[in-house]
Design a protein. Structure first.
Lengths: 370, 349, 349, 370
């Protein structure tokens, strides 16, 4: 806290600034990272799981994009290239923890265990949220940018008030950090010492707007000190680093409160299938990031460490194919939407007016012989 | 002015509503404070937070003493950010709490507008009922208190046009208690508008959550010739006009809407079909105001019963004026009488 | 659906409005783009900014090519923050600029609500006219495009209830050009609502800022029996209904409001007094919606001319539905015909 | 800008963090401050002017509070104790620069040269803004917290686009820093390199809420680095430091862009005359700050430096009394408000509806014989 002239705040700022360079446990070549900071390498089982889930997630992501071409999805924002963030963050969660995803985080959602078709309900145009948020503690995918950060802080603070060991992890984009709600969420979390983890997937773009037009900050993680929140800057294409950073933040949340993590990654695909990224970024840039692929890197590491062989890779690929097949098959069934749903959940009990409107619509449909 | 309007007239009514004259008079502010205390005592999931609601007890003292009695963890000050207050309230409700938050003044709820319209109103529907948001948003609304700019807005039109929200407002201390208890118990998000010029109005009443349900209107004064429809602070003004109308030979019925959304169509339609004439009164600007909805739906449901068009007496279509001029903006008993006079009585027996 | 509704029908009208059939068809998106380019060329104080409006040319390509032509200093991307966009636009206007800002989708304008209601709408009045804010806020509004949640809201009721703002919306490409040019030239802040389902509708027309003024309604189809009042994308739907009504023996007049605030009372009243019947159509939810204002004021000004109550055909009182169900929410020509049929024609010669 | 793992942001962060302790040119005892940083002591003329204006401002402030008791002002938020911020910031402005004050900054406004009665129009309940903002480049006093910070950025950016050497200085409270608009303003300013100075008067309270409940930041000035904005932490009761900090920020604005200044000060009076501060803070706290009074401190310094003697002090006191007298006299005249004003400025030209409403009101008043 700022106090009268004379005293200094330096002590209070200890550990609030991120490392000078992104922390990295496994480098792009699959070798041990040179800048590991305090992050510990996850065990072999976790590393193998990170790899397996990324392969499945990547395959699902490609399948979803394909479904847009077949008109089975209204739109799909791919997370290709951000696989390490999608999978690393979710595997670090405990069952009781809450995940707050955005429209881009469908892979994170299915990695959490949500049924893929239920997860795609929003983008399929079936219903706003197709899954039960309570089942896996996954909030509805949030579209109004940064607004869910406040919900995460509220969930976390409520857990604290109830003396429950429960942490909320909210996923944000680099662009979303510009919204006032991100600021208010960081501040409320810090003041309340709420057990919440802010994971910023800095993928370099907000639709067409590059980070340089989004902020002049030396790094987004440098925002933490302005709230009194410890911050981490990590390589977002290193699944091990993402896992370890999120897990350590979760472990410290109960006592210390919030952590801000900036994961430096890249959006390999366009903003969505409807976007044309060639209008605003050079192909070489994309190429340079493909060379830093999160899956390849972990594959190299695991193979060298003898934790992955062709057989295993084959099994995982097959599992991924199977997963994608079932998604394709199920998504090819036409949506059967029930008009009555329109009125059922606006209020706990439909108002008299809504009952009249419901009756009118059903009569209309009966007339049209539907 | 505040006193004349919100005390005497309302009291005459409320006493006929069966409050024991013996009981000590209570202000609306005290009734609201009691409602919050009783809600906090009744259910440990209830939390009260906002700007200055803790130690200070709120700038209108509505939360006075609650932190001392229920502790910092249940009644607390927040950082100064309304979207933050609303957004965290939504999160807390997602995790089993019943937040009752205060927006310090109407205009200062605007920073929370996105959280209110895009989440508070829609999350239940978004999740097919799997997530309920029993959040109460207390907003002191309206003017007539000599407040400077931004302290006297009436924003009910914004909230009533947003499906998924309930919008209620009390006109008397006893109903303030009742409606607030009912709002806290309601599984839907409730925008609870507090007519600030009535905070200090007194009423002799026993405070109880019983009586008309959260979505029912109340007939504050039965009458035969014309229906005056009002809410919040304007109920007292309408009652004042009704009393004055007697001398003109008009027996006016006064309806206190209480719930603006949903609205109690049955009570309104029954009354207007019977009287054949109606005046809708509110402080907010008239254009695209809430009153237009009342006129439109009643005209449709009562068309062949109407002797004259339903007219509105509202605030002017201007930003809320400075104190030196606000009396020209606010509906008065006189303006309501003038409106009644315009309802084509020539053919009236 | 979009095409059927917004092309053919509107065109039949617009061509009678005197556009040279020779000229190449232009989409509303292209007309808006042209209006921005011509405004930027006409006055160097004009600035265009918002999210993705620069290099990308906007998610709907309305600003396509403007940065290349006018430079980064006049057409530029902002950081991702709507209150920031609106608030800085206000500051730029205070310092002599004419900002034309884009809110990417209706629901994403809500974070700017405080800047709009507490400053954009009030600063001129606050300073007794010493500070004018010639700001244009472009907001793609409405649904019918299969958009997911938050991409299809209709928020005109919020803005029309806010004194100090002008709210306009075009129904055709040529009027999109005209209204946008007029809005940029207007000394008042203008909320410019772009019916996104009409972005790709085509019209053969010569684009000119001349013709009806910014606050005048347009009769899109003259008729004798009933007045259909609509705006934005619903004008095409109303015209479709009007054509279908001919077979039922009803000659419907279709009025395109263009300016929602202020509203052109003269044109509306003249028409409704003549026809004696009216239907108001909009996509937004009905409750406390903009249509209620039209019904209320017309009922008052035309009461003794009305053969039946003025009815509304609007969106349901629900959050905007997912694509799979939106057709049930949106007003259709059929629903308008049903509404016309309810206007008590028995006594009709 | 954050770049791929390996590179570091440290260089980009140079000079973005404030000093460990508040900069001070003149300490509470009127001696030369021990922690002057890069701030230079203003010349004798400026120091004398700072003192004179603070004395007049303090007297005006007391007069305004007195007027509330006589019912001549609806409400008045005193800036007593913040005199150095009120005067130091304004004297640092050049004629062409814009000032964006809040409801609490009436002393700053009159120091800028605005007629005191016009300045009090808002709090008198006469009209929302009683002065012409263009005349002295003083924006209307802003009540919705932090919203004016964005206006200041807009004004500054417009000046830049017009190649005008014009800086906007916006006054914010510690509480206002929690609002999303402050965040968005800092970010827009940094990205645009807008010539704007954010002066946070950290007076320890937001009505009843102490800074500790407002933020967990080690110091508010530490927020700057999260936006890439150079920040200063200064003693807000040292008029010389405030003047020098704001002036140097203005001098660098054209080239470097925005600066964030946190001035540590104290709200000696209650939030407004209507507030009761004893409900939430101990009297000793107030006492301790009275001992750090900005005027006494400068007086001591100036006297020791032979720049102020009894005669001069007498002259200034008399001038202050005269100023207060004329304010009292003029404020004792009743407000004559014109109802027609209600309709004249809502739009450039009153709409037909407003003309009807105007006519109706005037007719009403005529009837009532007004
Ligand atoms: C409040 C709000 N404003 C605008 C939008 C429109 N929009 C959707 S995604 C997007 C870009 C978001 O960028 P970022 O936060 O970096 O996330 P990313 O898409 O890169 O994952 C924008 C502007 C929105 N969804 N919400
Ligand atoms: C958006 C908004 N919310 C709430 C208020 C009510 N309010 C007026 S002053 C104030 C406290 C402000 O504290 P601070 O920013 O520190 O300024 P100070 O009063 O201390 O000068 C509050 C909450 C407001 N004016 N605007
Ligand atoms: Mg991004
Ligand atoms: Mg303060």
């Amino acid at each position: 806290m700022t106090t009268p002239a004379g005293t200094t705040w330096a002590a209070a700022a200890d550990g609030l600034l991120p490392s000078a360079a992104p922390l990295q446990l496994i480098d792009p070549d699959g070798q041990a990272g040179q800048n590991q900071g305090t992050l510990g390498l996850p065990g072999p089982g976790v590393l193998a799981d990170l790899h397996r889930r990324m392969v499945i997630g990547r395959r699902f992501d490609a399948q979803a994009t394909a479904l847009t071409r077949q008109g089975r999805l209204a739109v799909y924002p791919s997370s290709r290239g951000q696989d390490a963030c999608q999978v690393g963050s979710v595997l670090a969660l405990r069952d009781q923890d809450w995940l707050f995803p955005t429209y881009r985080d469908t892979v994170a959602i299915i990695t959490r265990g949500v049924d893929p078709v239920e997860a795609l309900s929003l983008l399929r145009g079936e219903w706003h949220c197709g899954y039960d948020p309570g089942q896996h503690h996954v909030a509805p995918q949030c579209t109004p940018l940064a607004t869910s950060a406040l919900h995460a802080v509220g969930v976390a603070h409520a857990a604290r008030l109830k003396h429950q060991d429960q942490v909320a992890v909210v996923l944000l984009g680099d662009g979303a950090t510009s919204e006032g709600d991100t600021h208010e969420a960081l501040n409320f979390a810090a003041v309340w010492k709420a057990p919440v983890v802010f994971l910023v997937q800095n993928n370099g773009y907000a639709i067409s707007v590059p980070l340089a037009k989004q902020t002049a900050a030396p790094t987004l993680a440098a925002k933490g000190i302005g709230y009194g929140i410890p911050s981490l800057l990590i390589d977002g294409n290193d699944a091990a680093a993402v896992y370890s950073a999120v897990r350590s933040a979760i472990d410290q949340a109960a006592g210390r409160g919030p952590t801000l993590i900036e994961a430096v990654t890249y959006r390999v695909e366009a903003h969505t299938n409807a976007d044309d990224a060639t209008r605003y970024r050079p192909g070489e840039e994309v190429e340079s990031w493909l060379a830093r692929d999160p899956i390849t890197r972990l594959e190299t590491y695991l193979t060298a460490a003898g934790l992955l062989d062709e057989q295993a890779t084959g099994r995982i690929t097959a599992e991924a194919e199977q997963f994608a097949d079932s998604v394709r098959t199920r998504m090819n069934e036409d949506v059967v939407a029930d008009p009555a749903d329109l009125f059922a959940h606006v209020y706990a009990r439909p108002t008299a007016a809504l009952q009249r409107q419901r009756a009118a619509l059903l009569a209309e449909l009966a007339e049209d012989g539907q | 002015m505040t006193d004349v309007l919100s005390e005497s007239d309302v009291n005459t009514q409320v006493n006929t509503n069966g409050a024991a004259p013996a009981s000590p008079p209570v202000t609306m502010a005290a009734a609201l404070n009691r409602a919050l205390a009783d809600s906090l005592a009744a259910d440990e999931r209830v939390l009260v937070f906002g700007e200055d609601v803790g130690t200070l007890g709120g700038v209108f003292r509505i939360t006075d003493g609650l932190t001392a009695r229920f502790g910092e963890h249940r009644v607390f000050d927040t950082p100064l950010a309304e979207s933050g207050i609303l957004g965290t309230a939504i999160g807390m409700a997602m995790n089993g709490m019943i937040p009752v938050v205060e927006m310090q003044f109407d205009a200062f709820a605007y920073p929370a507008f996105e959280q209110v319209t895009s989440h508070l109103a829609k999350l239940r529907n978004r999740t097919r009922g799997r997530i309920a948001l029993p959040v109460v948003v207390r907003i002191p609304f309206g003017g007539g208190i000599g407040g400077v700019e931004h302290h006297c807005d009436s924003s009910e039109a914004y909230y009533t046009h947003t499906p998924g929200l309930r919008v209620v407002t009390p006109a008397t201390p006893s109903d303030a208690y009742r409606l607030l208890r009912q709002s806290v118990d309601c599984p839907d998000p409730v925008i609870f508008l507090e007519p600030k010029r009535c905070y200090w109005s007194r009423e002799q009443a026993i405070l109880t959550a019983g009586g008309p349900a959260i979505d029912q209107a109340m007939v504050r004064r039965p009458g035969q010739d014309v229906t005056l429809i009002a809410y919040g602070a304007m109920v007292a003004t309408a009652l004042e006009a009704a009393e004055a109308a007697v001398e003109e030979g008009w027996d006016a019925e006064v309806i206190d809407l209480r719930s603006l959304s949903p609205v109690d169509d049955a009570t309104l339609t029954e009354s207007v079909r019977r009287t054949g004439r109606a005046v809708v009164v509110h402080e907010a600007s008239g254009f695209a105001g809430y009153g237009a909805e009342i006129v439109a739906r009643l005209t449709e449901s009562c068309f062949h019963y109407l002797e004259a068009p339903i007219v509105r007496v509202t605030g002017l279509d201007i930003p809320y004026p400075p104190p030196s001029l606000e009396q020209h903006h606010l509906p008065s008993a006189d303006r309501i009488l003038d409106a009644i006079a315009r309802l084509q009585w020539d053919d009236h027996a």
